[in-house]
Design a protein. Sequence first.
Length: 476
Amino acid sequence: MSSPAAVLGTEAMRAEKRAVARNSVYAAIGITALKFVVGITTGSLGILSEAAHSALDLVAAIITLLSVRVSDKPADADHQYGHGKVENFSAFIETGLLLLTCIWIVWEAIKRLFYHPIEIEPTVGAFIVMFISIVLDYWRSRRLRRIADKYDSQALQADALHFSTDIWSSSVVILGLTLVLLGRKFGIGGLRQADPIAALVVACVVVYVSWRLARQTIDALLDAAPAGVRNQVMDAVSRVDGVLEVDRARIRRAGNRYFADLAIGMQRNLTFQKSEQMVQQVTDAVHRILPDADVMVHSVPRAGGAENLFDRIRAVAARENFNVHDISVQDLGGRLHVEQHLELDERLSLKEAHDQVTVLESEIRRELPEISSILTHIESEPATIEPGSEVERDQRLEKAMKRIAADVEEIVDVHEVIVKRVRDKLYLSCHCTLPDTLPLSRVHDIQTELEIRLKQQAPELFRVLIHPEPVTDNRR
């Protein structure tokens, strides 16, 4: 659920985008009406072409306003990736309208240049209207671009691009009218054709704008990755600690929202929790490049370069959903022999358990052909919580444990000796303090020695569990 602050921020964004799009519509209505009136009264094709251009800009501004209203709607059951594509489609429609403008302007200019010359009457009003148009286009293009950059809106960017180029096309029309006036004043007949030539220049500007918009909108509609962004994402993700490779990186855009779909290779013996942590780190790396992107990460298990034989055996077991421990490997005359302990559900029959062991051993041999033989010790994995009772302090067993521990020079002390009875079986557990720097292999040997010697003195014990602790932290 979104926080109240996030909801308010989203509403403010929507209101700001709609306001600037609405003001653009109002400005387009006024300037289009003025250009048509002046274009008809003066007969200037340059001004009429600008009026037609502005009329289509008005249509585009209305489409932009509508698209902004729709694209800001949140995702729903029918539009699970949101409505952002509406902005891209809006920009695509604007491109088509601009091309239609070009066709009309070029046709009229050719007719006036070669077939039906028309005398135009440049007036002060024509110049005033064109200057007003430049001022208004400058004002709204700046506002549109500021909001478009702020919220990464392609529809508003298209509008801003329209109106910024309108400034140049209006300037060309003013130049054409000025040349016509100069031609009349100094009797230069060739300058009388300056107006349709100016209209052709306007058409060229519109074609240029259309081409830029076409590339952007078609790329967005066809889910093309933004230029350079994919490489940036892959580079950032590959630097995340633990990522072995980036198998796939797909990025697409819908409106002002990016969607990133990645498949990354990671070591196959990672725990689920560690894998989840790495996925979050990859997501954070993508967000540093695309802050608001919707990121989907698929993890692919891979054999790490530093895997040893034991890691590979555990990886095969984990893949088959088995839990193995106490793996030992012996080299018997150049032939590798593996011994392992496998925990299986205690409710299985021996036949069912043995079938599962056969599957595991077959998989290990298939993936590790250098292994000659495997011996699996089957252990029952508890599936139920067993009722038990703590035995009152057993002085005899406690003294026996401490007497045996005294014979091992590395043992500092033995404490918290507890005896429990579960289903008529005795369990003894204790804490054993050892030096901080003692190798783990020696720790295991000491535990095994204590367990064997205590069971020899107290055969009634079913299980002995010894918890080793360092001297610096021996009370946890």
